[in-house]
Design a protein around this ligand. Structure first.
Ligand SMILES: *Cc1c(COP(=O)(O)O)cnc(C)c1O
Length: 366
């Protein structure tokens, strides 16, 4: 989809903030792990190519969710290793070899299927995924892990790493985290020939369990400057959000008391009111449930009134503002700010989703 450039709606991305966030998180990890930046889903909406180019010198590699995201980076000239975190179909293994990608192998059944299909795994670089309790993908026992390692070795694959993923590292209650950690530690310890790269830490684990990273970390949300727990846990250092979402008033009018605004006529002006219209709507990822939330104009909170439509939203202004006046949807204005976490709370979701939903129609400016 083409970005709509001829509109004042844009996401401004501060790439230096991403670099600084990576430095900060890593500084607080006592060991010196390999660092992979997770740039799946277009770098959580920040633009995978721009982010990867900016930080390539700072990290050991990248993680993405699928082969297409990895190919996008290779075609943009990214040279460092790229780990595909999801499971791909054996039919696509040749792409991994062509583009020097590292694949996640999560079951014996996958290797059997590859054999049946005649997929050549020779010299494929891979990491074994262990399901230590997340319940999504991965081998669940020591026996299966051992069997998978020997199968892959027999096929000539190069097993560079082994990893797991925690389900609750961003929660105060540590019970499931501890269970998963114990399981994974014991598994790794018991393997006869353990792959050299061992990793388990996403952002939350790297922040709140910095002493338990193995020898590599996979940093996602935190590098974009947001708290993976929302507000449940405090981050013990400063990070800076890298994305600001802004638009501008493209229409300003005074409506009389009682006038209806928006689809369904759900809002009626209480008195004579100044109403501003913004060129952003649910097709931009500014979802309909943002009705009654606030944006910032001139350092002041202004309420979104009436329904958010596909391409436009309406706000109540305290006074007349000129066309072109900047409107901040995520970011700072004067002394006030609105974070992706604030938006997530209003929507009953998590900040990750808020970032990922900002659609391709919104241009990213660096
Ligand atoms: C997305 C993902 C990450 C990054 O998670 P954050 O919470 O954003 O740091 C790490 N590992 C795996 C397996 C993932 O899918």
């Amino acid at each position: 989809m083409i970005s709509s450039l001829h509109r004042p709606t844009k996401a401004k991305i501060n790439l230096d903030a991403i670099s600084a966030n990576i430095r900060t998180v890593v500084e607080y990890i006592p060991s010196q792990p390999k660092v992979w930046a997770v740039v799946k889903a277009n770098a959580y909406g920040h633009g995978a190519i721009a982010v990867a180019h900016h930080i390539e010198g700072q990290v050991d590699g990248f993680c993405v969710s699928n082969v297409d995201e990895a190919i996008e980076l290779r075609q943009a000239g990214i040279k460092k290793s790229i780990l595909v975190l999801g499971v791909i179909l054996p039919e696509e293994v040749y792409l991994a070899k062509d583009y020097r990608l590292t694949l996640t192998i999560a079951s014996l059944e996958w290797v059997s299927l590859a054999k049946t299909l005649g997929t050549n795994l020779k010299n494929l670089t891979c990491h074994i995924k262990v399901d230590s309790g997340m319940g999504r993908i991965g081998v669940r026992t020591r026996a299966e892990t051992e069997a998978l390692i020997s199968e892959l070795q027999e096929q000539g694959a190069f097993i560079e790493g082994i990893f797991t993923h925690f389900a609750t590292a961003d929660e105060a209650n540590q019970q499931q985290f501890e269970e998963q950690l114990d399981f994974f530690k014991e598994l790794v310890r018991s393997l006869d020939n353990c792959p050299s790269v061992v990793h388990a830490s996403n952002s939350a684990t790297s922040i709140w369990h910095a002493d338990t990273v193995f020898n590599a970390v996979r940093l996602g949300l935190v590098i974009y400057g947001l708290n993976p727990s929302g507000r449940a846990l405090e981050i013990p250092y400063e990070i800076e959000p890298a994305l600001h979402l802004e638009s501008a008033l493209i229409h300003v009018k005074k409506v009389p008391a009682g006038a209806a605004v928006g689809y369904g006529g759900t809002y009626h002006a209480e008195t004579d009111e100044w109403i501003g219209t913004l060129p952003i709507g649910y097709a931009d990822g500014w979802t309909r449930d943002m009705q009654n939330f606030n944006v910032l104009v001139d350092g002041k909170f202004c309420q979104i009134i009436g329904r958010v439509s596909m391409d436009q939203a309406t706000i109540r202004l305290p006074k007349k503002y000129p066309l072109g006046t900047k409107v901040i949807l995520i970011g700072k204005s004067g002394d006030q700010s609105i974070s992706a976490t604030d938006v997530a709370e209003k929507r009953g979701t998590i900040n990750y989703e808020v970032l990922c939903l900002i659609s391709d129609r919104v241009p990213r400016e660096y």
